[in-house]
Write a protein that binds this ligand. Structure first.
Ligand code: ADP
Length: 271
């Protein structure tokens, strides 16, 4: 069974091509004429303050929101295609968000969380598990080094442990792009370290990472391109060495900061 649902020719296209994408929530313009191209396998961080529109951007990629079409020509392509079966789209790309963790409230083990990724569901609901699904799940559990806790219910896991099973769930279709929306919220220092190591391992294996965050320290060394987002717009896009500076980060968050770099990680002080 082939779990990856994208046709072969799409693998050569950029992951994402947006041009002039504007999204409203009610009367409010939340994404304002965004234009960006992201290659497959590219590691990118979208950095911006709360309310900048980062989550809306991710939800627009996943077709939870659609651009308004009365502002001129709009390009809205994922892997070369404008029109998507939403189920196919969501199973082909892995998304891990803070919100997702809170949807797993019933008794479901870590292993079942990963398996549920095959059905894009929140539980298994007596679905038939094919031997290939079990095999793939074992492979992911080994890769993520979560074997010792995989039979524990999600409700008895720490946030950091649960987050790694959500990554496992996102990996069942071997996504070429893993999308992480504020992935380190509520993680303590130890969990943060373990989580970053996991993301680094995934990036090093060739899967592209799109990270959306307000936290400079989430930007793992494997990410080289940074897009700064504010008030629904992409205000800067370039190499992280040029953009993670006192001037740009101070202006992005409207606060004077000193940006420092240590061992490939960036952090801001002085606010
Ligand atoms: P970020 O992820 O950068 O914090 P969001 O994309 O969550 O930003 O939100 C951008 C803006 O859109 C905010 O002002 C937020 O209040 C508003 N917003 C987000 N989701 C909705 C929604 N479903 N309905 C109405 N307004 C929303």
């Amino acid at each position: 069974m082939n779990f990856t649902s994208l046709p072969a020719q799409d693998k050569a296209s950029p992951f994402l091509e947006f041009d002039n994408v504007t999204v409203f929530h009610g009367e409010k313009k939340v994404l304002d004429s965004l234009s960006v191209t992201l290659s497959q396998g590219e590691n990118v961080a979208i950095l911006g303050p709360n309310g900048a529109g980062k989550s809306t951007f991710i939800k627009t990629i996943m077709r939870e929101f659609y651009p308004c079409l009365d502002g001129g020509e709009v390009t809205f392509r994922i892997c070369g295609k404008e029109i998507w079966d939403v189920f196919e789209l969501r199973s082909a790309f892995g998304v891990v968000s803070n919100d997702l963790q809170f949807t797993f409230t019933r008794e479901i083990t870590g292993r079942e969380v990963i398996l549920s990724g095959f059905f894009s569901s929140i539980g298994l609901f007596n679905r038939e598990i094919a031997p290939e699904m079990d095999r793939k799940t074992d492979e992911i559990i080994t890769f993520l080094e979560i074997g010792p806790i995989c039979d524990r219910p999600m409700t008895e896991m720490s946030s950091g442990e649960a987050r790694r099973f959500l990554i496992g769930r996102a990996m069942v279709h071997d996504p070429r792009v893993l999308i992480l929306d504020e992935p380190t919220n509520s993680l303590d220092l130890h969990a943060l370290h373990a989580f970053r190591q996991t993301i680094r391992k995934i990036a090093q294996s060739g899967t592209g990472i799109i990270l959306v965050t307000h936290n400079l320290q989430d930007i793992i060394p494997e990410i080289s391109r940074v897009i700064l987002m504010k008030n629904g717009r992409f205000v800067q896009d370039g190499p992280k060495e040029s953009l993670l500076t006192d001037k740009h980060i101070g202006s992005l968050f409207d606060v004077p900061v000193h940006v420092k770099q240590e061992n490939g990680y960036y952090y801001a002080t002085g606010y």
